[in-house]
Design a binder for this molecule. Structure first.
Ligand code: G4P
Length: 281
């Protein structure tokens, strides 16, 4: 399956984000815990030059806990400050405050030595579409603090959320573009729903997802749909169609409908906590 991506769509968002980055001391990149590598945009490393970096693995409720721990270690070893959250339920969100504090410790010290005492650290959330940026900001804003309102001049038109006396968060996230010269990355992003549905064939996508699950989580499909645990994706899809009553008007099984149903169930976490990439692969 071939994916096409049109960077033109992202040009405006990229320019806006570059402007915002000028105001920022620490960049908090949200990635999807099910695909912590594929949902990370490598270009941000250049744009973020010299700034403190935090990676948050969001949606950890949907990912395999063991894989999530390995990925957290992987990024820590690369020099990032790392944590995991479930932005939807709010789990782990409050602790992000401490991570920001740690990530900015050096900067706060440096400022203090120069006699700059009351300049707050400014943070910004970035991430590719659908990783949960808005959900996270809402949850964080509720837990932490109050909005500071516009500050004409320095940060014209921007809303900042005051997290504590030292840190402010820009309330609009930076949208990064997914990066997938590598088709395997495109495929994983399609599995989690970060690529527009029109860009792929749902039947083919579901077959590939079934192949992956059969290899890595062999019982997940049979136990959720209560179908026999055979491992041929096309037959599994027919069994799902029967189980879900996906039939066309002439009584034929509607496997495309079953495919859509299956992929949606996976994305919603109904098949269990499943990761789509491992650190050592
Ligand atoms: P974005 O700003 O990065 O584009 O993402 P957004 O916050 O809109 O979140 C995308 C989807 O991911 C939303 O689902 C949101 O509820 C879900 N989500 C965000 N964080 C988490 C999390 O930690 N765990 C889980 N399980 N889901 C999360 P949606 O179906 O588009 O909307 P909704 O029906 O849930 O509101």
């Amino acid at each position: 399956m071939q994916f096409q991506w049109y960077p033109g769509h992202m040009t405006k968002a990229k320019r806006a984000m570059q402007e915002d980055l000028k105001l920022i001391d620490v960049i908090i990149e949200l990635v999807d815990a099910r695909v912590p590598f594929s949902s990370k945009n490598p270009d941000i490393d250049q744009l973020a030059n010299g700034k403190s970096r935090i990676i948050i693995l969001n949606k950890y409720d949907l990912a395999d806990a063991e894989c999530t721990s390995s990925w957290m270690k992987y990024y820590e070893e690369k020099g990032y400050f790392v944590t995991k959250v479930n932005a939807k339920s709010g789990a782990g969100v409050k602790a992000v405050n401490d991570v920001i504090q740690k990530a900015c410790q050096e900067k706060i010290e440096r400022d203090r030595k120069r006699g700059i005492l009351n300049r707050p650290i400014r943070a910004m959330i970035v991430g590719i579409p659908n990783v949960g940026k808005s959900t996270f900001i809402n949850s964080f804003a509720k837990k932490a603090c109050t909005k500071t309102g516009n500050k004409p001049g320095v940060t014209k038109g921007k809303q900042w959320i005051r997290l504590n006396k030292n840190v402010e968060l820009l309330d609009t996230p930076g949208i990064l573009w997914p990066k997938f010269e590598d088709q395997a990355i495109g495929l994983r992003l399609a599995f989690i729903g970060s690529i527009k549905d029109e860009l792929y064939n749902i039947y083919e996508l579901s077959i590939l997802l079934l192949e992956y699950l059969n290899e890595h989580y062999p019982d997940s499909v049979s136990s959720f749909y209560q179908i026999t645990s055979e491992q041929v994706p096309s037959s599994q899809l027919e069994a799902i169609a029967k189980r879900r009553g996906c039939v066309k008007s002439g009584g034929m099984l509607d496997v495309d409908k079953a495919a859509k149903c299956f992929v949606d169930d996976f994305r919603a976490g109904k098949l269990g906590a499943i990761s789509l990439e491992q650190v050592n692969q």
